[in-house]
Design a binder for this molecule. Structure first.
Ligand code: ADP
Ligand code: MG
Length: 211
């Protein structure tokens, strides 16, 4: 990836675009979680992202690291359920990876994204194929790394978004081995994972705003 780089204003656009996508897809996330969970993923994420946008509107956080940290803290404290600490940790780990840099180039953004995904694993212990958000996030960071260098920013992020969407779709035939859906055993097969669905929205929002 090349270009002007990703600054706090760009990250602000990304997170707002994610919030808008979550609001737009709230009913779908609820429907997916009602099939293999407790029907709260849409409400959980909408509540959390509304609080995140309110903090962005306050404008207290300046700089990429502060903005990502504020987002992570807000998600941890406002989202009930498993997804709150997981998405919260994702943004907090991204913040740590970014440090006090003002502008991230493509490699720095990809590294921060990978650190965020590693945080999700540290927190939730998910492995590939467990039917979680990790199954959308992991292919996305791999695709982003693979596209770095070759593609421009827009192309690399589009590849990451396509990989996240494919990873989301691939959760349907999986049997859940983590989270609430795992209680269903074989009955979790045949349903798309709600967390993988929201995670694909996160990556698509990056492609829409950061390319
Ligand atoms: P809860 O399951 O507590 O009701 P949500 O409905 O908000 O929380 O989120 C459910 C989503 O969280 C799942 O679809 C799955 O993608 C994700 N998830 C649950 N447990 C884990 C885990 N251990 N690691 C990664 N993701 C997980
Ligand atoms: Mg739920």
């Amino acid at each position: 990836m090349a270009g002007a780089g990703i600054d706090a204003a760009a990250l602000d656009r990304w997170i707002r675009a994610f919030a808008a996508a979550i609001t737009e897809h709230e009913a779908e996330l609820t429907r997916l979680d009602s099939a293999i969970g407790d029907a709260d993923h849409g409400a959980n994420m909408t509540r959390g992202l509304k609080a995140v946008v309110a903090k962005l509107d306050d404008g207290a956080a300046t700089g990429p690291g502060a903005l990502l940290k504020q987002t992570g803290m807000t998600l941890v404290s406002t989202v009930g359920g498993a997804s709150g600490p997981l998405y919260g940790t994702f943004f907090l780990r991204m913040a740590t990876a970014v440090g006090d840099t003002d502008t991230l180039d493509g490699a720095a953004f990809a590294a921060a994204l990978r650190a965020g995904v590693e945080g999700v694993v540290a927190r939730g212990k998910a492995e590939a194929g467990d039917k979680t958000m990790y199954d959308a996030l992991a292919p996305a960071v791999d695709a982003l790394d693979a596209a770095l260098g070759g593609e421009d920013a827009a192309g690399a992020l589009s590849a990451a978004a396509a990989a996240a969407a494919a990873g989301r779709d691939a959760t349907t035939p999986m049997q859940a081995r983590k989270g609430r859906a795992s209680y269903l055993g074989e009955r979790s097969v045949g349903h798309q994972d709600p967390g993988a669905t929201s995670a694909a929205l996160l990556v698509q929002a990056a492609a829409d705003t950061l390319g």
